[in-house]
Design a protein around this ligand. Structure first.
Ligand SMILES: Nc1ncnc2c1ncn2[C@@H]1O[C@H](COP(=O)(O)OP(=O)(O)OP(=O)(O)O)[C@@H](O)[C@H]1O
Ligand SMILES: N[C@@H](Cc1ccc(O)cc1)C(=O)O
Length: 471
């Protein structure tokens, strides 16, 4: 016979939690990190609102022993993306307040595929791809940890951070043992009542057993991390509330202890779609997929009505400083001060000072036609900057003319039409128009010190030329 507490939990159906409101009481509670997260717009829901012995606000109150919190990321791609940042920033803020963070790579959960918020099942990944993705994700999480630490004062008394992979414990489970031991504590009614299950079961695609079991594995992670590391808090995007609730119930049932969940708001695109892999609109954090320049430009493009929210969500700038930045913006909106600060802060967190310098160099070269900036750019930066551009390696013969260069790079059509494109001013090299097709290329003018030329034909077609055998 289940104990009364257990019976209550076993019998409970899934109900959506209400958005979290800070406690009215002033003093210790008001100073709690939860209130700080709330003020930055990082709190959508706290679940449950009240524990059986303590509330989350009490566990996180200043002076309370450090708490351990985690967030999981399935390696369904080899890189993190901007949508992952709010949950990560939430963990980093907790770390700054002295708490410990666990970043979990879900190599085992990714094999089932999380059905939360999805109309269709995820495409299956083969073992090799999964392993490569997991490696990329782990490297991304570690790099972000390093980027975050570099922002803080040396020797800051922050909590610890570790990166784990759930394959370490889920990968070893034997089906029968797991089904008998853990499976006995999950109620079908509660699992079937979850919104993601209900919607999928009603729809034409239905739901596979693998997907149906997904929350069970995520719940087991929470239980494992609670038992092994004393982890009492799970963070995730708003779409994770059902999975987090499931984990909470499981840990309560297995241990009788209080654990909690925090969801962060979902970042959406201008069309309202969740920014991420599924919608195909991800802005990646790995340099191979999205360069520091592109990341910088993404934040620089944010409209005025979003920028204050994003400064609070995506940076560690103190709130009074953000207020000041916004006041200056009201006086000189054309300077786009908040957008520039936002872009700089996020790029520095993700790609370090070197990445930020690169992003600024690329911005100068592309939008301010700066030859100085072009001249100091590396091949990698140029390729990143002109991802859509053709990259040609050409041998510089003596007397190579503008026309030869355009032809060898396949930048203009053969015959008189191509010739006319030059004479009519449609071609520039290193941002300077070249109207004489017979003009010979000059080192230091048409060919930069780094052995590169940037050839532009019309408004859109850009060719990066690397000259070989310059001597
Ligand atoms: N756009 C977003 N805004 C806020 N949180 C997000 C966003 N995208 C993902 N997250 C959160 O990041 C964590 C890890 O997400 P995960 O990588 O497993 O899936 P995902 O990026 O949501 O994938 P998909 O886009 O394919 O659904 C989850 O807590 C998820 O809710
Ligand atoms: N289910 C989460 C990822 C995750 C995996 C394992 C966990 O224990 C926690 C979270 C997502 O898809 O976004």
């Amino acid at each position: 016979m289940a104990a009364p507490v257990l019976r209550r939990v076993l019998g409970r159906r899934w109900t959506p939690a209400r958005p979290w409101r800070p406690a009215a009481a002033p003093g210790r509670r008001a100073a709690c990190i939860l209130a700080a997260l709330q003020a930055r717009g990082l709190l959508q829901t706290v679940f449950p609102e009240h524990g059986s012995r303590a509330d989350l606000a009490e566990l996180l109150a200043p002076g309370a022993p450090p708490l351990t919190a985690y967030c999981g990321f399935d390696p369904t791609a080899d890189s993190l993306h901007v949508g992952h940042l709010p949950a990560l920033l939430g963990l980093f803020h907790l770390q700054r307040a002295g708490h410990h963070a666990i970043l979990l790579v879900g190599s085992s959960t990714a094999r089932l595929g999380d059905p939360s918020g999805r109309r269709e099942k995820r495409a299956a990944l083969d073992a090799g791809q999964l392993e490569r993705n997991a490696r990329g994700l782990r490297a991304g999480l570690e790099a972000l940890d390093a980027g975050h630490r570099a922002l803080g004062p040396p020797g800051a008394a922050w909590g610890s951070l570790r990166v784990l992979d759930n394959a370490a414990w889920l990968g070893e489970q034997r089906l029968l043992d797991f089904a008998a031991a853990a499976g006995a504590h999950f109620r079908m009614g509660a699992l079937l009542g979850r919104p993601s299950a209900r919607e999928r079961l009603r729809g034409p695609a239905g739901m596979s057993l693998a997907e149906f079991l997904y929350p069970v594995l995520q719940a087991y992670d929470f239980y494992h991390l609670f038992r092994t590391y004393g982890c009492r808090l799970q963070l995730g995007g708003a779409d994770q509330l059902g999975n987090i609730t499931c984990g909470h119930d499981f840990v309560r049932r297995m241990t009788g202890e209080d654990v909690f969940g925090i969801t962060v708001p979902l970042i959406t695109s201008t069309t309202g779609a969740k920014l991420g892999k599924s919608a195909g609109n991800a802005v990646w954090l790995s340099r191979e997929r999205t360069s520091p320049f592109e990341l910088y430009q993404f934040f620089l493009r944010q409209p005025d009505n979003m920028v204050e929210r994003y400064l609070k969500l995506f940076t560690f700038l103190p709130l009074p400083e953000i207020e000041h930045i916004m006041q200056l913006h009201a006086q000189e909106p054309e300077k786009r001060g908040p957008q520039k600060r936002l872009a700089a802060e996020v790029t520095k967190l993700v790609h370090g000072q070197e990445g930020l310098d690169s992003a600024k160099r690329c911005t100068q070269a592309l939008y301010h036609s700066s030859v100085d900036a072009l001249e100091v750019m590396s091949d990698q930066e140029l390729k990143e900057l002109f991802r859509e551009a053709a990259f040609a390696e050409l041998v510089l013969d003596p007397g190579t003319s503008v026309l030869d260069t355009c032809r060898k790079a396949n930048a203009i059509p053969d015959g008189p039409r191509g010739y006319r494109m030059i004479t009519e001013g449609g071609v520039s090299i290193n941002h300077v128009p070249v109207t004489n097709p017979e003009g010979v290329l000059v080192l230091g003018q048409h060919i930069l010190r780094n052995g590169l030329s940037l050839l532009r034909v019309g408004k859109k077609n850009v060719y990066v030329i690397k000259w070989l055998q310059l001597g």
